[in-house]
Design a protein around this ligand. Structure first.
Ligand code: ATP
Ligand code: MG
Length: 448
């Protein structure tokens, strides 16, 4: 990838234009050098004095994805790069996107970027660094500092608040005081950012290093209360001291987030974040503090949150499934072989185990014995291929029979039927229909 990006830079330079690596790749290259680590570039953004028209004549495979901002996607040697004309942005009347862009020089282009550490250019041919914003110094100091006035830069684009939290925690940096204070001041304005972008950025934060610390920051900065009021509600919710010496529900959530594997799937990451979000609503005192029914409640709230953030439907279903089943793993030890095979063959099972692990490590006293037992079974018995189970009724059938609209309810009924087949309670189509009929009636009784 590095050579392919170098080839693009050379082609642009040979045609008489300035062309540099820009932003994240330069930051990560310098950081790797500073920390004496191997540099593993993720992607290369290239900034150039050539206009989009000129780029199109110099480079053969270009795609005009962000052309109105002067950005083209370029294919080279099997890789894809963003090549952008030096520009300055102006306007930002929607609090997120520039109203107009003006093609300019590298100095101005550096100034429109968010943080000093993201505003560096590097000429990989001349091996020369261009630092117009003090990025090198902040890389050494480990500081997230806005280019220019923090207040103004946040007012232009509110997403930058979440980007600050992400970079600070991914890099193990600190906020410059101006960064910290400005985010605290404008946290309430995060609502102008589209739900999809918030979901994407939160997913990056959750799956990156230091998710727990990042969520601690979101809470402290006042962003958690706006984006996730349901999680904010977990603060101060006491837990039974017999099982949870780590503190309240929020502290348990943070501690669980601290126990990710290093590259968690986004499904796992979100399920850990939300696995106990139903506890505040189910808190009660009896012989001890209890949260009866919190698993179902957590899954329901998780679905609501993810729907609100416009997460993909399948993703919501998977996270909800993980949360719904996170207290059921002891059943694996005792269930029939046939049923166990299906559990172990479920593509989500590995994540379910990791959710149990994070939950257990997020608890004091820690108890990993169940996790270890189930893991041993999983390693030994995991089927190579998921055994097939006969489809007795499909979604269309179901919607017709019960006159249902397509939706979550259909999925739930089918899941329940699947479980009943695994248990051997249902074997034929006739039995399936009777089973579904009963279940459907029960459900309707419950929800008026
Ligand atoms: P990552 O490692 O996450 O890809 P990155 O720094 O490359 O980090 P990108 O989101 O890929 O981040 O953006 C590339 C560059 O574009 C950034 O380094 C920054 O200079 C600039 N940039 C991106 N988003 C913004 C923004 N919202 N406001 C200002 N500049 C931005
Ligand atoms: Mg990038």
């Amino acid at each position: 990838m590095k050579f392919a990006s170098l080839a693009i830079v050379k082609k642009l330079q040979n045609a008489g234009f300035a062309a540099y690596w820009a932003g994240g790749s330069v930051r990560d290259m310098l950081l790797a050098k500073q920390q004496k680590k191997k540099w593993q570039p993720k992607d290369f953004d290239i900034a150039t004095s050539a206009t989009p028209d000129q780029i199109e004549t110099i480079l053969p495979k270009t795609y005009p994805v962000g052309r109105q901002f002067g950005v083209l996607r370029v294919h080279q040697q099997g890789h894809e790069f963003e090549v952008a004309t030096f520009r300055s942005d102006s306007g930002y009347s929607d609090g997120r996107h520039p109203d107009a862009v003006l093609f300019t020089n590298p100095q101005e282009d550096a100034k429109r970027r968010d943080f000093t550490i993201n505003g560096l250019f590097y000429d990989p041919v001349k091996k020369h660094l261009y630092d117009y914003v003090g990025g090198q110094e902040d890389l050494l100091l480990g500081l997230i500092r806005f280019i220019g006035r923090a207040d103004e830069r946040i007012k232009e684009d509110k997403l930058r608040m979440l980007r600050a939290v992400r970079f600070k925690n991914a890099l193990g940096f600190q906020y410059h005081p101006h960064t910290y204070n400005a985010i605290k001041k404008y946290a309430g304005d995060i609502t102008v950012v589209s739900k999809e972008r918030i979901f994407d950025e939160m997913t990056k934060i959750l799956t990156g290093p230091s998710a727990a610390s990042a969520f601690g920051n979101l809470e402290d900065l006042g962003l958690l209360a706006i984006v996730f009021p349901e999680l904010e509600k977990c603060k101060g919710v006491a837990q039974p001291k017999e099982y949870h010496l780590e503190g309240d529900v929020w502290q348990h959530t943070l501690k669980s987030l601290n126990n990710f594997p290093s590259h968690p799937s986004s499904t796992l990451a979100w399920s850990i974040l939300l696995h106990d979000v139903g506890k505040p609503d189910t808190f009660k005192t009896a012989e001890r503090i209890r949260f009866d029914g919190h698993v179902t409640k957590s899954a329901e709230i998780a679905e609501k949150i993810l729907k609100r953030l416009k997460a993909p439907t399948k993703f919501i279903r998977d996270v909800s499934w993980l949360i719904r089943h996170h207290m059921m793993l002891d059943n694996v030890l005792t269930m029939s072989k046939e049923r166990r095979k299906h559990w172990l063959g479920n593509p989500l099972f590995a994540d379910l185990l990791l959710l149990l692990r994070a939950d257990s490590l997020g608890t004091i006293p820690q108890g990993l014995s169940l996790y270890k037992k189930v893991l041993a079974i999983y390693k030994k018995e995991k089927p190579r291929r998921m055994p097939k189970i006969k489809k007795l009724v499909d979604g269309d059938n179901l919607m017709q029979i019960f006159n249902l609209a397509e939706g979550r309810n259909v999925g739930r009924l089918l899941d329940a039927l699947h479980e009943a087949q695994l248990d051997g309670k249902v074997k034929t189509k006739k039995q399936a229909l009777i089973y579904l009929q009963k279940l459907y009636q029960q459900q309707n009784k419950k929800s008026p």
